[in-house]
Design a binder for this molecule. Structure first.
Ligand code: TRP
Length: 335
């Protein structure tokens, strides 16, 4: 039987934060080490959909690649590559575009969100400023996934719909031409989804409440000291469930340490003490990776070589699939 294939992409627009680490990077690397066949890639063509700042795209690509490697991704055990280094993905995107109905794309959350924003602003044209890239972004994502016949796709909740669209377009191709594509499934992990940020809302770049993963130690400490708490005094018994500090602690501490902290909350641990403990716990896990990260960031050529090797190893696969796809739709040599 074929091994299950896990695939996920990371859009190259931001700097990785603790939420990305706990929710995506750490479990993904764990999956590789547990022996799953994994495909992790830098979705730079997704990056340029909304971000038209070339320096940021370029920098983010480097930062994200360095982060995954620093966190322990072994590029010999997983497929680690940059989307734009596999040009077959782009060709497949076009072919899928020719199968995917506009009506389906009209229902995509990202597009609907942009339309709703225009409506709220009283724009006469509800499509004002919406690019074809944004509109058809689920098709590019489908190509990413179908190109390598991925079965499982770990994503955030907001991406479930895109997986349904990928299945839809795969089925349409399989039915119209030839059954070449596996039907992928979204894998959403509830607990890791919800890492809280500085203000207690979900940690997210759009809320501006993130803790970047590889801030220098002093800065990390400072940010943790800024996490919102209530005004309860030291020695007052405290509730764990409404405490961002507790939730963050739980993402990094052992079950025994968490049980201990629950007892100390009941006894009324002071917020300042809890913050210090949280800082020490997070930093203990992050510090060795931070050193590796800083070394990697100082050596972009090394990262580039790893990405090139990743693409080179995969392209025979993507070329073979694209060949079959082209053949199936009638695009092949005349004799
Ligand atoms: N769109 C995804 C996101 O914003 C990133 C992504 C691009 C992706 N291609 C993918 C995720 C393929 C899973 C599979 O998070």
């Amino acid at each position: 039987m074929k091994k299950t294939r896990t695939l996920t992409g990371i859009t190259t627009t931001g700097t990785p934060h603790l939420g990305n680490y706990v929710g995506a990077i750490r479990p993904a690397i764990q999956a590789v080490n547990d022996g799953s066949e994994s495909f992790y890639f830098l979705a730079d063509y997704h990056g340029i959909i909304k971000c038209h700042d070339p320096a940021r795209i370029h920098r983010s690509t480097l930062e994200i690649a360095a982060t995954w490697l620093a966190c322990g991704l072994d590029p010999d055990k997983a497929h680690f590559y940059r989307q734009s280094d596999i040009p077959e993905i782009m060709e497949l995107t076009w072919i899928l575009n020719c199968l995917c109905t506009k009506g389906l794309m009209n229902r995509a959350h990202a597009y609907k969100g942009a339309v709703a924003e225009n409506e709220a602003k009283g724009q006469a044209d509800i499509d004002h400023g919406i690019t074809m890239g944004l509109f058809s972004y689920p098709v590019l994502m489908s190509a990413d996934i179908l190109m390598f016949n991925a079965n499982k796709v770990p994503v955030g909740k907001d991406q479930i719909q895109h997986l349904e669209m990928a299945r839809d377009v795969a089925q349409k191709f399989n039915h119209t031409f030839k059954p070449l594509f596996a039907l992928p499934e979204a894998v959403v992990s509830e607990e890791t989804e919800l890492l809280q940020g500085l203000d207690g809302r979900k940690m997210s770049k759009s809320y501006n409440n993130t803790i970047p993963l590889f801030e220098p130690e002093k800065k990390l400490r400072k940010l943790i000291m800024k996490i919102q708490t209530n005004s309860q005094e030291p020695s007052e018994p405290k509730d764990t469930q409404n405490s961002t500090l507790y939730h963050l602690y739980k993402a990094f501490a052992t079950p025994a340490a968490v049980a201990d902290i629950e007892r100390r909350y009941a006894e009324g641990i002071a917020w300042g003490e809890m913050k210090q403990l949280l800082f020490e716990t997070i930093n203990a896990e992050i510090a060795p990776m931070r050193d590796r990260y800083n070394n990697l960031m100082a050596n972009p050529a090394h990262i580039e070589a790893i990405l090139q090797a990743g693409a080179q190893r995969l392209r025979p696969m993507s070329q073979a699939l694209l060949n079959d796809v082209r053949q199936a739709v009638g695009i092949y040599a005349l004799s």
